[in-house]
Design a protein around this ligand. Structure first.
Ligand code: DAT
Length: 174
């Protein structure tokens, strides 16, 4: 039996912009599978060393890619990660870079317990649109989209748009 073809969606952006919130709800509404790269790495201990400055383990990117490749070739995954140039370009049919105003983001990260340099660096990452530029370098311009993610209304609008895009993609490819 031939499976229906389904797209792979990348949700990326600075920590705190709302990737997890959007990704999980999107999975509910579309039936696609939500994959959080941080959780995947944690579960499989897909690490290669430790970053003393940021006090966190360093992702073993090759092992992450190996771990996911079969599932990605099959399709139907929503990938959530605060970076995007570690993944093969061929994996994704669409890339969304979530964006949040820096005052909002500051508050969100502070309530997540971020302080000091970690808090400042992450807010600065958003101000300098680091992840957006990374996405524009790593993927074709036509598949990279920015989404405003400041309010619950933004969240709902983004969900509706991506659900609609997914349904259209499935019609076009099946
Ligand atoms: P990320 O996965 O990008 O780190 P998250 O989904 O954990 O971000 O969200 C961080 C916090 O912000 C969390 O408390 C939920 C809230 N949030 C997410 N999207 C939002 C939106 N569009 N409007 C208001 N709050 C939002």
């Amino acid at each position: 039996m031939k499976m229906r073809k389904r797209p792979n969606v990348l949700l990326t952006g600075t920590p705190g912009v709302g990737k997890t919130t959007l990704g999980k709800e999107l999975a509910q509404r579309t039936g696609l599978t939500y994959v959080n790269i941080g959780d995947l790495a944690q579960e499989g201990q897909l690490y290669d060393g430790y970053d003393e400055e940021y006090q966190c383990p360093i992702l073993d990117e090759d092992r992450v890619v190996d771990e996911l490749d079969e599932q990605m070739v099959e399709g139907g995954a929503i990938i959530d990660y605060h970076g995007c140039d570690l993944f093969p370009e061929r994996w994704f049919h669409i890339v969304f870079v979530l964006r949040t105003d820096n005052t909002q983001l500051y508050t969100r990260l502070e309530s997540r317990g971020y302080t000091g340099k970690k808090l400042q660096d992450n807010v600065q990452c958003e101000i300098f649109q680091t992840i957006y530029e990374e996405a524009m370098e790593a993927y074709s311009d036509e598949i990279v989209h920015q989404l405003t993610s400041n309010t619950p209304e933004d969240l709902e609008r983004n969900l509706e748009q991506i659900v609609q895009w997914t349904e259209q993609w499935m019609k076009d490819h099946n």
